[in-house]
Ligand binder design. Sequence first.
Ligand code: MN
Length: 222
Amino acid sequence: MAIHTTLTLAIIALVSSFANAYDPSPLQDFCVAANDPKATIFVNGRACKDPKLVTADDFFTSGLNTSKLPAFTGSTYSAASINEIPGLNTLGLTLIRNDFAPNSVTPPHIHPRATELVLILEGTVYFGFVTADPSDRTKNRVYAKTYSAGDVFVTPQGLIHFGANIGAGKVSTIAVFNSQDPGFNFIPDQLFGSNPPILDDVLSKAFRVDKKVIDQIRAEFS
Ligand code: MN
């Protein structure tokens, strides 16, 4: 192989790594996300702000002693993500606070790009994930428990998981994700509230129910 071809391939390999959507290992102490309206690269990472313009505020957010943003019925959240802390760019972390009213649930969902570690600050919660049984991959197994204040549990990357406030009071949790962009894919919304909708026939056969049942569920998500 001619030496210039090898060089060209090496350069292509290097340049290609910038389009890698997995959290990269940083090559610098920090790469504070620049607010660049002309940016046209839409991958996980963002362009770096000029280091000379970086201040302590780029590594800071506040207000997570409570949460106000609506999540699902009976629950709210607040976040410390790359959107609130531009300095998190390339560092591979996100933190979310959640508060759940009694009887509220976290619908089954996955984080395609992150493992989730949850600390219970307050309350009693049933929480678990489901995956193929390692001893028989044709079967599925739930790993779930009831947790209370001080408990910490982990959900492996990419697995369906869910939760429910089963106590008399509110539940407060702090969740940490090992990605700056974990992804929040809620299964019911994705299956029944997508645009365009998934064909009734597909959902009807998948769930082994009449199409009327699918329409009834779908009506709740439109
Ligand atoms: Mn989760």
